[in-house]
Ligand binder design. Structure first.
Ligand code: GLV
Ligand code: MN
Ligand code: MN
Ligand code: MN
Length: 418
């Protein structure tokens, strides 16, 4: 068995990987942009595939477009260990969200191989397809499909260009029926444990000076698409009292969403992220508005109550503007707890290494939400500078990434034996 220092990640190697992947992005967008189904995303994943191979993994893509690198274990019949994350980004996002979990897992594999550590179980390193929420209001496409949670109805959702999700898959070279059939396709023996390393994307670890966050649960997400239907009229002649201004009703709804988030008792947030107003002419009272919003919390009761309160308030307020509101809610994911045994394994490793940690809920969603349907999961967080994420300023110090990879590597080895 290798001594502890031999399991220290190699800083230059990891830094080079992070730097190289960061060069693959949409040139016309700000920050780091590799949205799902885009050309930069396709190129980035070719790069990831090659990197997986050079780390010594047997690589294949499953029907759902997940890239899976296999490090064979001693016992091919044992349920496999899985790790990974994603390499897609939001529009104008950062360099670390998801990427740290994929490249960190590759470094873990290299460390195991260099130190002659052979796991009992196969280790599957996965770059899940399209984790970020997209125009279809759906996050975690790849892990959702693996868990059998992607449905035919999802494939019929359309984006802002009116294109079906199913057709986006086809355009990316994936067969929609293979996507739906990918569940259970990836291993014959089932999964033993899933572990994901990720940046916190919030301010807590930095504020508290904790190097590691041990995730307790991942927040549930309720999404809302609301259509406000008013009436187009002349903006110069129609008296204020008779207008049916759809955008005014939507503006009131935006504030109601914000107010609900501000009133959340525990970790709870609410965000309106998009308004599309028609006809959008300077001299016409807006006739129709589509609004996109979401609420998140690890408190399931609050989520349900907040949804009920908001639905009532938005409809009532719209009525005061003479506007009809058509609200369509969906659950992107339910709250998912991290498994107690996996949390315990992470904390014992972290304690043994003398690294400071704290237990922390995740407001961001992750592929782990869906893989939790298949086996016990856990997540390791590392600090984000000023809590910034989903923006070009997203940053995590290399030293913090190295600490995360160290804990991640040792936790994988311990989980293999658990
Ligand atoms: C993705 O990062 C999300 O949390 O929505
Ligand atoms: Mn992420
Ligand atoms: Mn993200
Ligand atoms: Mn996420």
């Amino acid at each position: 068995m290798a001594g502890p220092d031999a399991l220290n990640p190699v800083a230059e190697r990891l830094k080079d990987d992070l730097t190289e992947l960061a060069t693959i992005r949409a040139p016309e967008s700000g920050g780091w942009t590799r949205t799902v189904f885009s050309e930069p995303y396709r190129s980035a994943r070719d790069w990831v595939r090659a990197r997986m191979r050079s780390a010594g993994l047997d690589v294949h893509a499953d029907g759902a477009g997940n890239l899976i690198g296999v490090l064979p274990g001693r016992d091919p019949s044992a349920p496999a260990l899985m790790t990974g994350s994603h390499t897609d980004t939001v529009e104008s996002g950062g360099r670390f969200d998801g990427v740290v979990g994929v490249l960190g897992a590759l470094e873990a594999v290299r460390l195991m191989r260099e130190n002659g550590i052979r796991l009992e179980r196969d280790l599957l390193v996965v770059d899940f397809l399209g984790e970020e929420s997209n125009d279809f209001g759906l996050s975690c496409l790849g892990s959702r499909a693996l868990a059998g949670e992607l449905t035919r109805a999802h494939l019929d959702r359309v984006d802002h260009e009116g294109v079906r999700l199913g057709d986006r898959y086809t355009g990316f070279g994936l067969d929609p029926s293979a996507v739906l059939g990918a569940a259970g396709d990836f291993t014959t023996n089932g999964l033993h444990r899933y572990l994901e390393l990720h940046i916190e994307q919030g301010p807590v670890l930095e504020e508290h000076g904790s190097a590691i966050g041990v995730v307790t649960a991942i927040a549930g997400i309720r999404r809302l698409v609301a259509d406000f239907i008013g009436r187009a009229d002349h903006a110069g002649t129609t008296p204020m009292t008779v207008r049916r201004d759809a955008l005014a009703a939507a503006a009131a709804a935006v504030l109601a969403v914000r107010q609900e988030g501000c009133g959340a008792p525990v970790h709870g947030v609410a965000t309106t992220s998009r308004l599309d107003a028609e006809p959008g002419s300077p001299n016409v009272v807006p006739a129709r508005v589509r609004m996109q919003a979401e609420m998140r919390s690890v408190d399931v009761g609050w989520l349900s109550d907040a949804q009920r309160r908001l639905a009532q308030k938005i409809t009532e307020q719209a009525g005061e503007f003479g506007v009809d509101a058509d609200l369509r809610w969906s659950v992107d994911n339910d709250r998912v707890p991290a498994h107690a045994d996996v949390q315990q394994t992470i904390t014992s490793i972290t304690d043994a290494l003398g690294i400071g940690w704290e237990a922390i809920p995740s407001g961001a969603t992750h592929d782990a939400v869906h893989i939790a349907r298949l086996c016990p999961m856990g997540m390791i967080f590392i600090p984000s500078r000023e809590g910034r994420s989903h923006c070009p300023e997203e940053w995590t110090e290399l030293d913090d990434i190295l600490t995360g990879v160290r804990v991640h590597t040792e936790t994988l080895i311990a989980l293999d034996r658990s």
